[in-house]
Write a protein that binds this ligand. Sequence first.
Ligand code: PRP
Ligand code: ORO
Length: 203
Amino acid sequence: MKNESVLEEIVIDLYRNKLFKIGEYRLTSGKISPYYIDLRILPSYYDIYSRIIDISISKLKPLKFDIVVGIESAGIIHASFIACRTRKPVGYVRKKPKQHGTRRLVEGIVTGKKVLVVDDVATTGGSLEHAVNAVRSEGGTVEKAFVFIDRQEGARERLRRLGVELVSLMNTWFIINVLVKHRIIDEQTYYMIKNYLDRETHG
Ligand SMILES: O=P(O)(O)OC[C@H]1O[C@H](OP(=O)(O)OP(=O)(O)O)[C@H](O)[C@@H]1O
Ligand SMILES: O=C(O)c1cc(=O)[nH]c(=O)[nH]1
């Protein structure tokens, strides 16, 4: 099966299992969104998760990196699976430095290493930028970041300005087109999300 049809099936499964939710949600940036992608519970659906990890591994194959670094919290588990499958070490970046003990922001040895930063979803790219800066301040190099889903709300451009390429499996545009094509969402829902996307992408 071609990657595109594997991804289409994954999108349908994400929707059917309520990992892609329609409704009003507040995002980490404070924005209100008409949909939400909840990939924190994705590893509980091992059948879907294993297909996502398989396709991610094939997408990441050409990339060169020494260590996979996840972003607290959703990114940590995905970074761990990717690291295990690519036989690389793994670490993570905290949202804030630990307030006691080591007071670290970055957990894992990144100094002098080529780091692949991993998260589940990119929206504004604020979380990715925080991780890239944290890794760089410890002497690591970051050229690529990987997410399963790019919500197309500025992350790609924000990372480009930092000299980092955002690699993703799919984006919101792909998702809503698959869902409307298979008549899983109606046209009203499609246009509600499309209008939000147009505003957030170009506005
Ligand atoms: O591109 P951004 O605008 O930064 O948004 C994306 C971030 O938001 C979510 O994390 P959240 O802040 O909800 O934290 P969590 O993973 O700990 O639940 C998601 O897992 C990304 O890390
Ligand atoms: O921007 C966010 O906070 C965000 C959006 C989304 O769809 N899913 C998620 O986990 N976080």
